[in-house]
Design a protein around this ligand. Structure first.
Ligand code: ARG
Length: 452
């Protein structure tokens, strides 16, 4: 009897290679491995494919997804200036739905009943894969081997691999978990799990240490048409080409490193390091053009939409109706977003130093303090009268009712602040015995001193 088929998201690394073998041996499935090229560093796609074939897959598809990734995913992220928690440009969160789309396509092509991925049960990526797959085809069943098997540590996984004929990389084990694509690189685990530990310089590969960056600044002019970049320093290039080039330029000036504590969807805070030189430079430039061209109310409203968009995508809802509706709003705002932005890279920074556009809403005559000033200064008085009318009405009511001026002071209105014992920090000199202070504090907090 023919075996059931499973499409596996395959990278060629140890985890997904063990997944591959495990699906064959433990689940008795025929495996179709899909390798998605989203611009990550790899040791050669042909080699990765050969490795899967050697392990006896039914087929191994290597898909160059870079163009779709740029056109259908990164362009929307740029429209949204997408940054989760105002810091992280969603590197991995953007690639997961793109890869999922190809996994579902492959499942349909090969008549596979299952799709499998190599994510752990603790991260966001499992959610993104599974939510995307479910929304694209709810009839496909998902297998997450890493969540199911009881290989708890890396050495256990290596032992299993050796016992089952899965080649184990001879290179020294990388202590970090890395995920990368055109939009940047995410680095987790190892010493980074201590939030106090400064990231060792060897975690970075796309950016130089800002201290080692050139002593001369570099200026770059980026031209946008309808929100998408199309020219770098007056040289016309594809969006994909611009990302690759800006990764190099910005990275060579040490720009684009992020070290943050991030709130995962599954409720865990994790320490994450990223390097996103090109993505961050493009987002900064894109925002600067929006500052110039978007009408104030649209710009302000868009800030909230951007945050909702980033949250939806971070949380795996790329194919959701909410995300689609937000995309429609964003696309509308980009219709007249064309122009040029000048940025300056220097020692780890990227600063926008100039912007121009034929859609600019910046009006010199309105803005200037010189003789050319066309702003109606006389109109300001009436404007302020009406702008403040509501609050003035409130204020005069309070005054008539005899409320003292104190009513306007938050502290007085709420009564005096309770003065607690530890309101003021006790002065402690080096070498002081603090045990009585600690005991008292514990007494106050827990009702008893905590025994060591
Ligand atoms: N924390 C980031 C996110 O959730 C990065 C995840 C990177 N994945 C990995 N396998 N290292 O998007």
């Amino acid at each position: 009897m023919a075996k059931d088929k499973v499409v596996l998201a395959y990278s060629g690394g140890l985890d997904t290679s063990v997944c591959l073998k495990w699906l064959q041996d433990e689940k008795n499935l025929d495996v179709i491995a899909v390798v998605g090229d989203v611009g990550q560093e790899h040791d050669g796609l042909e080699q990765i494919k050969q490795k899967a074939l050697d392990l006896g897959v039914l087929d191994c598809q290597v898909v160059d997804m870079r163009q779709t990734f740029v056109d259908d995913y990164l362009s929307k992220a740029l429209y949204a200036n997408a940054m989760y928690e105002n810091k992280y440009p969603l590197v991995s969160a953007l690639s997961r739905p793109a890869i999922s789309k190809h996994l579902v396509d492959a499942a349909h092509k090969y008549g596979a009943k299952y799709i499998a991925h190599g994510c752990t049960g603790k991260g966001n990526d499992q959610v993104r894969f599974e939510a995307s797959i479910m929304m694209l085809d709810p009839s496909i069943e998902i297998i997450a081997p890493v969540r199911e098997w009881d290989l708890k540590t890396r050495p256990e996984e290596i032992d299993w691999a050796k016992a089952h004929g899965v080649p184990v990389p001879a290179t020294k084990d990388n202590p970090y978990s890395i995920d990368d694509n055109l939009w940047g690189r995410a680095i987790e685990c190892g010493v980074l799990e201590d939030p106090w530990c400064e990231p060792p310089s060897d975690i970075y590969t796309m950016t130089v240490d800002p201290a080692d960056a050139p002593d001369e600044p570099e200026y770059v002019e980026i031209k946008f048409s309808k929100g998408i970049p199309y020219s770098l320093n007056d040289k016309q290039m594809s969006f994909l080409g611009i990302i690759l080039e800006l990764n190099k330029i910005a990275g060579s000036h040490g720009f684009g490193r992020i070290d943050m504590i991030e709130n995962r969807l599954v409720g865990v805070k994790s320490r994450e390091c990223y390097e996103v030189p090109g993505a961050l430079a493009l987002i900064e430039a894109h925002k600067a053009l929006e500052d110039l061209c978007l009408e104030r109310e649209v710009l302000h409203y868009k800030l909230g939409i951007e945050q909702s968009w980033a949250n939806a995508v971070y949380n795996g809802l790329w194919f959701s109706p909410l995300k689609e509706a937000l995309d429609a709003f964003l696309a509308s705002t980009q219709q007249c977003l064309s122009g040029t932005v000048k940025v300056k890279f220097f020692k780890g920074s990227c600063t926008v130093v100039g912007r121009k556009s034929s859609y600019s809403l910046y009006d010199y005559a309105l803005a200037t303090y010189d003789a050319d000033d066309a702003f109606d200064h006389g109109a300001a008085k009436g404007f302020i009268d009406l702008h403040t009318l509501s609050a003035k009405t409130w204020a005069s009511n309070r005054r008539q009712e005899g409320a003292s001026a104190d009513v306007f002071s938050a502290e007085k209105a709420q009564g005096p602040l309770k003065k607690g014992k530890y309101e003021t920090v006790p002065e402690i000199a080096e070498g002081d015995d603090c045990s009585d202070i600690v005991e008292e504090a514990e007494q106050a907090m827990y009702g008893a001193a905590v025994k060591a």
